[in-house]
Design a protein around this ligand. Structure first.
Ligand code: NG6
Ligand code: CA
Length: 512
């Protein structure tokens, strides 16, 4: 090959793509749990319940002890997973309300669009919670676009918002399936009529009572956040969600078994209202929260069985992760607090959902690729935000310069290459762009609160604001529980981390 042709090929990325043979384009399945804490599965130390399928995944793969999601609530973590960019940089990236428009705009480079461009069949199945529709919000009875299909997914089968937010219907590609035009779906923020039954007016009829919020429209005996009417033929039963995600995923995998596919399996488990299928109810001593973990574990098992049956396990990279840390009472009286006993949902870490303490974002993270990943454990720091750049590297795609602004290629670490370092720093955030950050660099962790009040930081339901210092510093090696603020004793470290964090925020990107 002459030199000029080689240069042309390098410049167009052809060499890069050719270097990866078809066999090196493994299928990729990202399984994201909802609100699952570091200590919630047995391979991360839980003893109050068993998670045999997730444990098997860990035994056959790599179990990360410094695996993170990028935020301690759902929408920003999912935004970052897909776009590879910190959510605090984006607009409206906090917990999305029921009628939120699409948060990730069409044309944005995402992990899905990168893989789609590389020839992958792409699907998201399960919880979305990233908005649907143009700026007017979702047209529930019409075409629900833009949405996942406009940012790189070939197909989707969704829980559009969260299971505690209205409406309880599925979205398949651009439509709510089974919608009867004679019974249109209406979703809104205000009571549609004075006699509309709610969790307040009909509290005695509920099969699961609420503890805070969650007292508007009732469906399936559970009152929710927000109001809706109509769409009765399209509504689901909470108990059936996990079965539906598995059914749809197995069908997608079967359909695409002979070409590379990317499946984002986005479980609603173990988000409130925790209402696992009847066959899982009562399976643990932890109440429905524990039973929902067992249901999640069952889903993982079904996906792995499908890979085995279709002989795809050697050719599939599986990533298991969570979207934020744990919470016990998140708005319903499901017994999670009362039945918790000495279960430590966040493992040894402090805080949980809504917090920038480690419990908020350090979560189970497991990679498995049979025959390629040497089973073991890794303390390399990796984050769900890195999957975009890492998967792009895996399939030989170059990232556009203006995309995936905070996603690092940590592929070697994810595949367990000896000595592969992972990331050297990570910004953690709570929800949207609230100005609450943490920066971990090695064993050091700086907290920065731009607002001088933070939501309560312990795993509990009390979300009232508590005063916090603008900055605090912890040494995770000596103090993994972030109990002792050592900022006064380490002024130089603190200054260095403050500067680094400010630089990452102000520069608009952290990927070189
Ligand atoms: C909060 C809800 C909580 C949960 C959370 C989103 C109240 C009082 N609390 O506002 O129950 O829905 O939003 O969770 O309504 S997440 O995992 O999707 O981010
Ligand atoms: Ca969540």
């Amino acid at each position: 090959m002459n030199r000029i042709r080689l240069l042309v090929l390098v410049a167009t990325g052809v060499v890069c793509a050719q270097a990866i043979s078809a066999a090196e384009k493994p299928n990729i399945i990202v399984i994201m749990a909802d609100d699952l804490g570091y200590g919630d599965v047995s391979c991360y130390g839980a003893t109050a319940l068993e998670t045999p399928h997730i444990d098997q995944l860990a035994a056959e793969g790599l179990r990360f002890t410094s695996g993170y999601c990028s935020a301690s609530t759902c929408t920003p973590t999912r935004y970052s997973l897909l776009t590879g960019t910190y959510a605090f940089r984006g607009k409206r990236t906090g917990i999305a309300p029921p009628n939120a428009p699409a948060i990730i705009k069409p044309g944005t480079t995402t992990i899905a669009s990168l893989l789609q461009d590389a020839g992958y069949a792409t699907a998201v199945i399960g919880k979305w919670h990233l908005g649907l529709g143009d700026d007017g919000g979702p047209d529930w009875n019409g075409e629900l676009k833009p949405g996942p299909l406009e940012i790189g997914f070939d197909t989707c089968f969704l829980l559009p918002t969260t299971n505690d937010r209205v409406p309880q219907v599925y979205v398949h590609d651009h439509r709510v399936p089974n919608l009867d035009p004679a019974d249109p779906l209406w979703v809104g923020r205000k009571k549609p009529s004075p006699d509309h039954p709610t969790g307040v007016s009909h509290r005695k009829t509920l099969k699961m009572d609420w503890s805070h919020g969650h007292n508007s429209t009732i469906h399936n005996g559970i009152s929710r956040i927000g109001y809706y009417t109509g769409g009765h033929a399209a509504r689901f039963r909470d108990e059936d969600l996990a079965d539906k995600w598995v059914e749809q995923s197995v069908a997608f995998i079967e359909q695409h078994k002979s070409r590379p596919f990317f499946l984002f399996f986005s479980s609603h488990d173990i988000h409130v209202p925790r209402m696992p299928h009847e066959r899982f109810q009562g399976k643990t001593s932890l109440g429905f929260r524990g039973d929902a973990i067992v249901e999640l574990d069952w889903c993982v098992g079904e996906l792995m069985k499908t890979l085995d049956r279709l002989q795809l396990a050697d050719n599939t990279l599986v990533v298991f992760c969570s979207d934020n840390g744990p919470v016990l009472d998140d708005g319903y009286k499901d017994g999670a607090l009362e039945k918790n006993g000495d279960h430590r949902a966040a493992g040894p870490y402090r805080g949980g959902k809504y917090s920038v303490f480690e419990g908020g974002t350090r979560t189970p993270l497991i990679t498995r690729w049979k025959g390629r990943i040497e089973p073991g454990e890794s303390d390399a720091m990796v984050c769900t935000i890195d999957l975009a750049a890492s998967c792009a590297a895996l399939v030989g795609r170059r990232l556009p310069d203006d995309a995936c602004l905070d996603s690092f290629n940590v592929l070697d670490a994810l595949l367990g290459k000896p000595g592969a370092p992972g990331r050297s720093h990570l910004v953690q955030q709570d929800n949207g762009s609230t100005g609450t950050y943490a920066l971990r660099v090695g064993d050091w962790k700086l907290h920065r609160h731009d607002r001088r009040f933070a939501r309560n930081v312990v795993v509990e339901q009390d979300l009232k604001n508590v005063p916090v210092s603008r900055f605090s510093l912890f040494n995770l090696a000596r103090d993994p529980g972030e109990r002792t603020n050592v900022i006064a004793a380490n002024p130089q470290v603190a200054e260095r981390l403050k500067r680094q964090l400010a630089q990452i925020i102000d520069a608009g990107r952290s990927r070189p």
